[in-house]
Design a protein around this ligand. Sequence first.
Ligand code: SAH
Length: 351
Amino acid sequence: MKTIKKPFILDVETKQLPSILKPLVTEEYRVNQIIEWLYLKKASSFEQFTNIPKDIRGNLESSFVLRTFSNVKKDESILDGTIRYTFKTYDSHYIYAVYLPSDNKKTVCISTQIGCPISCKFCLSGKTKFFRNLSRGEILEQIMHIENDIGGRISGVLFMGMGEPMLNYQNVTSVINTIISKKEMNIGKRHITVSSMGIIPAIKNLANEMHGVRFALSLHATDDKQRKKIIPNNFDSKISDLLQACKYYLKKTNSKLTIEYVLLKDFNDTSSDAHRLARLLKTADLIQPSVQVNLIPYNETKNKEYKNTTQIALLTFKKILKLNGITVNIREAKGLDIGAACGQLGTNNLS
Ligand code: SAH
């Protein structure tokens, strides 16, 4: 396996930078200038650090790498301007990130793992063999690369690409710290969403440590047996316990919660499912303005086992939830023509 010969500077937590840089840079203001180049200005080479003396730049260059991805492939949707980026990692795996432009926002959806060990039955990323967690730097590099490429500040980050973010907890939370830090990327907490199939201790830790990023639970089912069929590696968490953990999250953070629900034809899209979901949310005391259910039409993948719901079932489902006082939204799929929509990010569709 190939390794990076020099340390990757984005892997280093900012609080550790002064000691790591010590042999090269001693003055605090210089360290701060470097932090600014790395995270705020998102320089892609040490040469661009123009307010740093040339000899220090040279030393940085010979001691660290600043980018690790190669062979970047870019696919742009003609439907909605979504861009899917394919990055080749230093050890020759492909990972994906998606740029989602809208009228007033520039959002990126990033990956946290190579492949995904959860293996949700309906998801293409889940069908992709799991290799390893992405490092802190590799997660950040996706955002940096996209910002450099589009030439404008990214305003929001979704941890909704390939992988289960809560299984790469340490790196993901370290990245969140850098994204929200005023001195580093300076993006507001409320513009960050972590999506997870739900690992109860991790949800609680996130609630305790990260006051305020948004949390999205990929629920997709209304009873435990049904959920196990599509999410076999669900750590045997009961839906009721997951919802309690979400309740804890809300209480602790004062943030917003999204319940994600992919509608699979004749599997979880019936009126009884909608009523059961409403009851579950009611029992967990989660029918409140800070909770929203996102109904996600299924983006069909090569997996023929599951089909998208029908329009009538989708609207009926929505109506039942609404009548129960639940805030509900139908998620519009983005980048369908380039395989960039939810669940379509798998390593085996690289052309
Ligand atoms: N592992 C995390 C984040 C990645 S998936 C999680 O489970 O939340 C992001 C969202 O897309 C999840 O809700 C996931 O269940 C959903 N998804 C996966 N495959 C999909 C597909 N083919 N169509 C629509 N949504 C899908």
